[in-house]
Design a protein around this ligand. Structure first.
Ligand code: IMP
Ligand code: MG
Length: 177
């Protein structure tokens, strides 16, 4: 069911709150006078993104892309599939990709290459979580919330087989006895 009792808190609701506010302030400063297109990568980023955009003080528009990678649920295979594409053109726009977590970096690498070919004015990345231990390809993280250890995390939008997305904190599953 995604019960909180099964999950150990790694990043509390208060820490998330504070950091997301800081990120929103930083992004608002950097994009002052611009009208960026924020692209949320489904599904994991939607909770982070909804908190982030409510704290921005600039004009912006939002769109979403869906991706899934073939292979086991807790391991990225590197073969990325676009399950939902953008509704509007990114040509000439200042694009900011919003990701939940960067793990191997393969998803982000694929998205950056795909979007770059569509000729945005600029292309940057904001990820809530950075898990550098398993990185396979180099990706630029222009904005990130927290660097986390090599553990599988859930909550605040992140899932394990579609469970736990609604937890208000980021946590690690407890070992089952
Ligand atoms: P990457 O392509 O290996 O960087 O993985 C990207 C995607 O894998 C993320 O957008 C997540 O959806 C998923 N993912 C990677 N690590 C975790 C985790 O610890 N918890 C939940 N999802 C994860
Ligand atoms: Mg994801």
């Amino acid at each position: 069911m995604g019960n909180a009792e099964e999950v150990e808190v790694l990043i509390s609701k208060e820490e998330l709150d504070r950091r997301v506010t800081e990120l929103a302030q930083q992004i608002s400063r950097d994009y002052q006078g611009k009208n960026p297109l924020l692209i949320g990568i489904l599904k994991g980023s939607f909770v982070f993104m909804s908190d982030l955009i409510r704290r921005l003080t600039i004009d912006f528009t939002v769109d979403f892309m869906g991706t899934s990678s073939y292979g086991a649920s807790t391991q990225s295979s590197g073969e990325v599939r676009i399950t939902k594409d953008l509704e509007d053109s990114v040509a000439g726009r200042d694009v900011l990709l919003i990701e939940d977590i960067v793990d191997t970096g393969l998803t982000l690498r694929y998205l950056l290459d795909t979007l770059k070919a569509r000729q945005p004015a600029s292309l940057k990345v904001c990820a809530l979580l950075d898990k550098p231990a398993r990185r396979l390809v180099r990706v630029p993280l222009d904005y990130y919330g927290f660097i986390i250890p090599n553990e599988f995390v859930v909550g605040y939008g992140l899932d394990l087989e579609e469970r736990y997305r609604g937890l208000p904190f980021v946590g690690v599953l407890k070992q089952r006895k």
